[in-house]
Design a protein around this ligand. Structure first.
Ligand SMILES: [Zn+2]
Length: 284
């Protein structure tokens, strides 16, 4: 599947006219309908006014191919995190209500449970056989201080899931790190949980968390895996249409052109701008 085209189909092409003549020539093509500009995401030449213009370095950074797919996958994980936040937020609320009302905890529990049960069932979660409700039932026999702690614990978990979800939805690197660390913390407990008893819910929770951690570490190169951040960003640059237009520009421009050498793009040793500076050795 062409994820770049998919993204362009949804939110339109991204065209940009750089001021520098070299990259400008690379990214434009004369047509009978006027100048066409190359889309920075899918690579198609699109007729009409460019979406923006200015120095090549100020061109919008667009997600392409794998990055579009990656953003899509992370948003699926984000949705799952948001559902968890709702689930545990509701749990925290119910427990807090018990402590707050103090009338009769058992009564309050029975009164609130049908509502919660319906909500959770719609999320595909069987309340009657959940550890959460077991915890709540257990909490009914505890002191009010312990109940408060339990409510706080559930609320904290809900907030963690909310932050994870937000970070993953926005595709921020901090979000990827946060989700990876926060999710890893619970994995030992989930393994322990599975050794106690294997249920469908537990297996799904565990599988989703494990998949997220592995996906983040491997594809996002967290903690220096596969070259870490430097390799990750180098790959993004190498896949950027604007970057390759800048890289190709000096070779295409005639030697007498006044275009300044793109020093920022190629910080390697000063190669003579003569024949073929095509491949710069990507030494690590
Ligand atoms: Zn496009």
């Amino acid at each position: 599947m062409d994820w770049s085209l998919l993204a362009c189909g949804r939110s339109g092409h991204v065209t940009y006219a750089p001021d520098e003549p070299g990259p400008r020539e690379q990214l434009s093509a004369p047509t009978s309908a006027g100048t066409a500009w190359r889309c920075l995401r899918c690579g198609t030449f699109v007729t009409g006014e460019p979406g923006g213009s200015g120095p090549a370095g100020h061109a919008p950074e667009v997600r392409r191919d794998d990055q579009v797919r990656s953003a899509f996958i992370l948003r699926l994980f984000a949705i799952e995190r948001f559902l968890r936040a709702i689930l545990f937020g509701a749990g925290a609320y119910v427990v807090w209500r018990f402590e707050y009302s103090r009338v009769s905890l058992e009564q309050a529990f029975d009164r609130e449970l049908p509502v919660v049960r319906t909500l959770f069932r719609q999320l595909g979660f069987d309340v009657d056989h959940s550890k959460l409700v077991g915890l709540i039932r257990h909490a009914l026999t505890l002191s009010s201080g312990s109940i408060g702690l339990l409510a706080a614990g559930l609320a904290v978990y809900a907030v963690i899931e909310l932050i994870e979800g937000t970070g993953l939805w926005l595709g921020k690197r901090w979000g990827e790190y946060f989700a990876m660390v926060a999710t890893s913390i619970f994995i030992p407990y989930e393994i322990y949980d599975l050794t106690a008893k294997i249920t469908v819910t537990r297996v799904i929770f565990f599988a989703v968390n494990l998949a997220l951690v592995l996906y983040l570490v491997i594809t996002k190169r967290l903690f220096g895996v596969r070259g870490g951040k430097r390799a990750y960003e180098a790959r993004l640059r190498s896949e950027s249409i604007m970057a390759s237009a800048i890289a190709r520009a000096p070779a295409a421009a005639p030697s007498g052109a006044t275009a300044p050498p793109p020093a920022a793009a190629a910080p390697s040793t000063a190669a003579p701008p003569a024949a073929a500076p095509s491949k710069n050795p990507n030494s690590t």
